[in-house]
Design a protein. Structure first.
Length: 412
């Protein structure tokens, strides 16, 4: 199983505060999961299942810093039957298969009834405070993931129910379900409601479906929506939706889903109707994605050079370096020999600009990898000296009290 498909998720929040105390959640180890289901039926308690792996760092921190807080231990030991399984060993393998559609990232925390049904779900490693806030709804049928789903399917479209459902789906990391629920909800509203501030705020936060009636309405009625919400807000929402589609193209070209040429053409055309730097950047990403993954290295080189040398759409040098490094992952392995020199040229072009030492170091390591692949030992030694020099500059700057922003890393 590829770990790229099952990432250590920290989607809910940072692991903050919460020092370990004297108690801990009492996880049962004897017996099987079927035994726990039988116990749940007799005790009328839910099962709390901590699905983890041995390599997941957030899982370990959660176990050490959150499960050992006295108040959390008391609450879970009193209200749940607690179990945890390594999803890559023993019975964990069977449970991973049983809840395959629900365990797609680690840690995944499931609250299960005696029928084996998931009542509530949390994905990620929340702080102790957030962990309690996110877990308590499992005991309340009106607020649990299962309960909110039942209310929504039964026709409850109140703002309070819908908002709670969206948030809970977000905490459960179920993007597809969130997309379906948001489409159902907003497409059922009168289009005039999209001019209302509260509806717009909710939609711009949760509806990301280019095929939905509501999004198509936004594209076709930007003038009136600009008057209601402001052009910047409307464009930001549209670009957020389109940006997700652009990111999806990378998965397509990697072979994880079919390439939709018609969608690609539509994206370029639609992005072209928004005249700002962010829209231009998304178009640039599309060109890099398409040419890289189709093996069109001539076009890839041309677009990369244009990006590096142009003042727009990406004017910040550090962002250009991140864009370069982001789109050249595995470059030395995938690019043909006669195009490896292109990578060296990109680095040299950027190094002529006002790059900070940390950015320069990242670029130089990329250049070193290319030169190593080409077998240019003398040039590699020269780059090593440059790396040492830039690292020295970084240390000296930090000693003077200067700080450097973190690199902007993407996932394309």
């Amino acid at each position: 199983m590829k770990r790229t498909m099952l990432t250590c998720a920290i989607s809910i929040g940072l692991l903050l505060g919460a020092n370990a105390q004297n108690k801990s959640i009492d996880f049962k180890h004897e017996g099987t999961f079927s035994d726990r289901l039988a116990e749940a039926g007799k005790s009328k308690k839910l099962i709390f299942l901590d699905a983890y792996t041995s390599w997941c760092v957030p899982c370990k921190v959660l176990a050490k810093e959150v499960f050992t807080v006295d108040s959390i231990a008391d609450f879970f030991n009193a209200n749940f039957i607690n179990v945890h399984y390594d999803m890559e060993k023993g019975e964990g393998l069977e449970l991973k298969k049983r809840y395959e559609s629900d365990i797609t990232a680690y840690p995944t925390l499931l609250f299960i009834n005696d029928k084996g049904e998931i009542v509530h779900k949390i994905v990620g490693a929340p702080s102790a405070k957030n962990f309690m806030e996110l877990s308590r709804p499992a005991l309340n049928p009106a607020l649990s993931l299962k309960g909110l789903a039942q209310k929504f399917e039964a026709g409850d479209r109140s703002v309070s129910t819908v908002t709670a459902y969206f948030k809970t789906l977000g905490n459960s990391n179920d993007a597809e379900k969130s997309k379906a629920v948001a489409t159902t909800y907003f497409d059922a509203l009168p289009t005039t409601d999209l001019k209302k501030g509260d509806v717009w705020a909710l939609m711009s936060k949760y509806l990301f479906n280019t095929e939905s009636k509501s999004f198509k309405y936004v594209l076709g009625h930007r003038t009136e929506l600009n008057k209601a919400h402001g052009e910047e807000q409307v464009n930001t929402y549209i670009l957020n939706v389109l940006g997700r589609e652009v990111g999806g193209l990378s998965l397509a070209y990697y072979g994880r889903k079919p390439v939709d040429a018609e969608k690609e053409e539509w994206l370029i055309k639609t992005l072209g109707t928004i005249h700002n730097d962010k829209a231009a950047t998304e178009v640039l990403k599309m060109k890099l994605i398409s040419s890289r993954n189709k093996g069109d290295w001539d076009t890839f080189n041309k677009v990369m050079v244009e990006m590096i040398t142009s003042a727009k759409p990406i004017s910040y040098v550090g962002a250009k370096a991140s864009m370069l490094l982001n789109f050249t992952r595995k470059f030395t392995a995938s690019a043909p020999e006669d195009h490896l020199k292109d990578g060296v040229s990109w680095v040299d072009l950027l190094l002529k600009t006002d790059v900070t030492p940390p950015v320069a170091v990242d670029l130089l390591y990329f250049k070193k990898a290319i030169l190593s692949k080409q077998g240019k030992a003398d040039d590699v030694q020269s780059v090593d000296k440059q790396i040492v020099f830039q690292q020295k500059l970084k240390t000296e700057a930090e000693q003077r009290g200067e700080s450097f922003p973190m690199s902007i890393k993407g996932f394309l």
